[in-house]
Ligand binder design. Structure first.
Ligand SMILES: C[S@@+](CC[C@H](N)C(=O)[O-])C[C@H]1O[C@@H](n2cnc3c(N)ncnc32)[C@H](O)[C@@H]1O
Length: 383
């Protein structure tokens, strides 16, 4: 008798026998299928929960609960102006998922509050454990996904803009905490001589700056530096300008919509050029690195932060590698292929690949810097 219809849980062997004589290979395959089903169920659960978290973020529901304290669905509807019936459903799902507490068992009348950890993880965008960006990824991918599906046949790229404003917001939310907490406090002190260079004053270019947080945090930490941030995405640069103004550094941090390959020699000569999590995204990475090399002042330095892809393929890989590889397939690679003759590397950019690109761009040396991070690896490129 089969104990359950979930693959891999048949302890009697009846299911395998029904299909013919069983072999050890059948048993192993059935167990593997069962394990995979369990794993994919976990992934489906995670994706569904991320959508509900995004609803809570985009409509300010977590914030409203935090401000009001324990609150009923009706009070919350009044406070937020959101539809009462949808709110009841959302509150119930959040309580079942453990993101909210409920002081009883009636979702229509009892009071909900934030569960421990939710305020820091979802309402404090500069906290080192801020997780709001993870939820913002799903609507961005959802928006672009029909184009990604079609692109697998046509070979076309899918522009960053097709992922919508949620994509830029997600990118900003994901990386800002690290720039706020680690860039000046931890990373720069680990690059020999860089702290002194920035302290005495330097002209910096931050290429592929996105919403500008790396440029802004550099300027905040080093009052004598001037940073030019460049990105070819208009929405990102609009946000970057607004962020710089809000942080009070707009006089020393400028942002321009520009393709990296246009930041060429003959313009400003930079003492430091930074690429934060973007070389792997570029349609033309060698040209971008050439642009950086030729825009350096004498003695100028180039810092690259990019994904911590394993040095060599490990299959299957760990969770970080799985995330990077999946993101590369649905996000980085389609975006980088918008140029027809794209040479995008994708998020699985291994150190030997960056060395190869840098060599072709005329750099003589690539050093991996002694900075530990679960997702990123840091390099210095020497002309
Ligand atoms: C993964 S995001 C990183 C953004 C930012 N550095 C951060 O850490 O949040 C990559 C960025 O590279 C930009 N980008 C891609 N290709 C570019 C190009 N050819 N010229 C300028 N920017 C480019 C994208 O618009 C995007 O903002």
């Amino acid at each position: 008798m089969t104990t359950t219809n979930i693959p891999g849980t048949d302890t009697t062997g009846d299911a395998a026998n029904a299909a013919g004589p069983s072999t050890a290979a059948d048993g192993t395959a059935a167990e593997a299928a069962g394990a995979l089903m369990g794993r994919l169920f976990g992934a489906a659960l995670g994706a569904a929960e991320l959508f509900t978290v995004y609803l809570g973020e985009v409509h300010g529901i977590y914030r409203a609960i935090d401000e009001a304290g324990p609150i009923t669905a009706s009070e919350l509807a009044e406070r937020t102006g959101l539809d009462h019936r949808y709110l009841v459903e959302w509150l119930q799902s959040q309580a079942i998922s453990g993101l909210l507490t409920i002081d009883g068992s009636d979702v229509w009348t009892d009071r909900f509050d934030l569960a421990p950890g939710v305020r820091v993880a979802l309402l404090e965008p500069t906290s080192p454990v801020y997780a709001g960006g993870l939820a913002a990824i799903v609507p961005a991918v959802g928006r672009s996904f029909p184009q990604v599906v079609a692109a697998f046949k046509s070979g076309a790229g899918v522009p960053y803009a097709a992922y919508g404003e949620e994509a830029v917001a997600a990118q900003e939310m994901l990386n800002r905490p690290a720039y706020v907490n680690s860039l000046a406090a931890e990373w720069i002190p680990n690059v020999p001589g860089l702290h002194d260079l920035l302290t005495k004053g330097a002209r910096v270019a931050d290429l592929g700056t996105g919403a500008g947080w790396s440029a802004i945090e550099l300027a905040k930490a080093y009052p004598a530096v001037h940073v030019d941030g460049y990105d070819n995405d208009e929405d990102s640069i609009t946000r970057a300008r607004r962020n710089a103004a809000e942080q009070g550094v707009a006089d020393r941090v400028g942002f321009e919509v520009r393709d990296i390959t246009e930041v060429l020699a003959g313009g400003t000569q930079y003492d430091l050029i930074t690429f934060f999590e973007c070389v792997h995204d570029f349609a033309h990475p060698v040209e971008a690195l050439v642009a950086a090399r030729t825009a350096l002042a004498p003695g100028g330095r180039v810092l690259v932060m990019d994904e911590r892809a394993d040095e060599q393929l490990q299959a299957p890989g760990d969770e970080v590698q799985r995330f990077l590889a999946a993101a590369s397939t649905i996000w980085c690679t389609p975006q980088g292929r918008v140029d027809e003759d794209s040479d995008i590397v994708g998020a699985i950019m291994r150190p030997h690949q960056l060395r190869h690109l840098a060599e072709h761009a005329g750099f003589t040396k690539v050093d991996v810097l002694p900075i530990d991070h679960p997702f990123w690896r840091f390099y210095e490129l020497t002309p």
